[in-house]
Ligand binder design. Structure first.
Ligand code: MLT
Length: 263
């Protein structure tokens, strides 16, 4: 259960008008991963991309970033923008935050988009590994974690020296170690959210990289079958479909958002 925590004021970018859509980045990235989607989808939708607590240009307080707390920060941002309900789309850890919002404040959520993420809690082994990585990041800096992640983030065919891959590496190494540690501790504490998704009274759409080594296609299929939810695989993409295949990811999001706008 999350400890009470005052929301922090998040850095964000916003474009467009219409149905409000909030796009949440994963760990340890920032809002810039959604730039291609924000630029294009803002022709029809009001697209808001925050930096979650501890990431990008948002404050990075010490502590454990429980997913409920990260969701509370986003709700405070939506309050400040006068937005009562939004479509919440989350990538990986951002997806865990979306599920936390659905659990704690379902009245604020009018649709759920899950990109390269899943609802399951960590195993005991994974939890331990996260706590060790938190200590490592605090002692040795963000690069210790970023280098390891580079080998599994993208589809195998992606050139790790490409501008796209190096841009993502740059984002990871600039994430403050205290933010990395807070997020790792928070993810380790997150509850299983499968029931929350199954009980959701709003549409759920899953978008997944066909070559994702972190959230495997089989996991995405299993989750989609269980909820049930729509499922779109993005070809030639790993864990970062929004930057590996920006056009296909934007199209999948547009299809989902248009279906919600028509309701
Ligand atoms: C992410 O991309 O946000 C991470 O892979 C999530 C996780 O470590 O569970």
């Amino acid at each position: 259960m999350a400890q009470p925590s005052e929301p922090v004021t998040l850095f964000y970018k916003e474009s467009g008008q219409g149905l409000p859509v909030v796009l949440l980045h994963g760990f340890p990235f920032d809002q810039c991963i959604w730039q291609a989607q924000r630029d294009v989808l803002s022709d029809t939708f009001r697209v808001i991309t925050p930096d979650l607590r501890g990431h990008g240009q948002s404050p990075a307080p010490d502590g454990t970033y429980y997913m409920d707390v990260l969701a509370g920060d986003v709700i405070a941002l939506l309050d400040s923008l006068g937005i009562e309900r939004a479509v919440w789309v989350g990538h990986s850890m951002g997806g865990y935050v979306v599920m936390a919002a659905l659990r704690t404040a379902p009245e604020r959520v009018m649709g759920v988009g899950l990109v390269a993420t899943h609802p399951y809690a960590d195993t005991a082994e994974k939890r331990l590994q996260r706590l060790k990585s938190a200590t490592l990041a605090l002692n040795e800096g963000a690069a210790s974690l970023a280098l390891g992640m580079m080998s599994i983030l993208f589809a195998p065919a992606v050139n790790r020296k490409s501008l796209m891959a190096q841009g993502i590496y740059h984002v990871m190494v600039h994430t403050p170690p205290v933010g990395i540690a807070g997020a790792l501790r928070g993810m380790a504490e997150r509850p299983d959210s499968l029931k929350t998704l199954c009980d959701a009274s709003v549409p759920v759409a899953i978008m997944a990289g066909e070559d994702d080594q972190i959230v495997t296609p089989e996991t995405s299929r299993q989750v989609a079958r269980t909820i049930p939810a729509s499922l779109v695989f993005i070809a030639d993409a790993g864990h970062m479909p929004m930057v590996e295949q920006p056009g296909a990811t934007t199209s999948a999001l547009r299809t989902f958002l248009t279906s919600l706008d028509a309701r």
